[in-house]
Design a protein around this ligand. Structure first.
Ligand SMILES: C[S@@+](CC[C@H](N)C(=O)[O-])C[C@H]1O[C@@H](n2cnc3c(N)ncnc32)[C@H](O)[C@@H]1O
Length: 247
């Protein structure tokens, strides 16, 4: 992979504190201008992709730079899951949930799971200055996406789009709840921060039902085994998509 593919588009990767890294305009952009374009991979689900990542050194290299999210999905155990776990002959490698987390928190749900390793460096905002859209043709294992400026963007401004456009039209508490449960982070975008400082969250009636997220340190081997067993049983025999190189 090109070391800094965003630089050719006039973007800079910066450390943005509580949001982690993010892409910032290295020059002024006009409204409607294409900010970034990338081809990536598409699979039925993040689980399929994670299994492919686990199986391929090339794929592991492509996800190595990505953020690893919290593993809220390891909670709970139904009878089916207990059965799958009992059927697992060997303890699973702990790598699988880590890879799953990388894929899950860096991909989009759009006719399956779309994974674009550089596009995954843009942060979310509830007041976005850019939008992403999928480009045709959508081949079975590939996807192409483009980021477009929704307004004039001055040099030095972070470029942000909305991970979930439904979020834009609901109050602060509900937005944060949806982002937390779908993406595993408490939104610190400029809009949420302004509304939080104005005390808008306190005025809302419904208390949020925040899911208990597990950090990496909290994930024990029991959970890891359960997770691996569940997904190995469900997603055996996936297509080897990682043999395709990024352009
Ligand atoms: C797809 S990654 C974006 C790039 C990431 N910041 C990095 O350093 O790799 C998504 C993660 O970035 C962080 N993030 C993105 N937008 C955020 C926001 N508005 N507020 C807080 N954290 C955010 C969260 O940790 C989220 O899980």
């Amino acid at each position: 992979m090109d070391l800094e593919p965003w630089a050719a588009y006039g973007l800079e990767l910066q450390d943005l504190g509580p949001k982690g890294r993010g892409l910032v305009a290295g020059k002024d952009f006009r409204c409607g201008e294409v900010l970034f374009r990338e081809k990536g991979f598409r699979a039925k689900s993040p689980e399929h992709l994670a299994l492919e990542v686990l199986a391929s050194a090339e794929a592991r290299a492509q996800v190595s730079h990505l953020h690893t999210g919290p593993l809220c999905h390891l909670e709970g155990e139904t009878d089916d899951e207990k059965f799958s776990r009992a059927a697992m002959p060997e303890p699973c490698p702990t790598e699988f949930p880590r890879k799953y987390s990388k894929v899950r928190f860096n991909s989009f749900e759009l006719n399956g799971c779309c994974f674009l390793p550089i596009m995954a460096l843009f942060n979310h905002s509830c007041a976005p200055n850019a939008a992403i859209t999928q480009l045709p043709p959508h081949e079975e294992c590939h996807t192409a996406m483009v980021v477009v400026a929704e307004q004039g963007i001055a040099r030095g401004t972070e470029i942000v789009y909305s991970y979930n456009s439904d979020c834009l039209f609901v109050p602060l508490r509900e937005r944060r709840k949806r982002l937390l449960s779908n993406w595993g982070f408490l939104c610190k975008c400029s809009r949420c921060q302004v509304e939080e400082e104005a005390g808008l969250e306190d005025d809302e009636e419904e208390p949020p039902e925040m899911p208990q997220l597990l950090s990496w340190e909290e994930v024990d081997l029991k959970n890891v085994n359960l997770f691996q067993a569940r997904h190995e049983a469900r997603f055996a025999g996936t297509v080897a998509i990682w043999t395709c190189r990024l352009p």
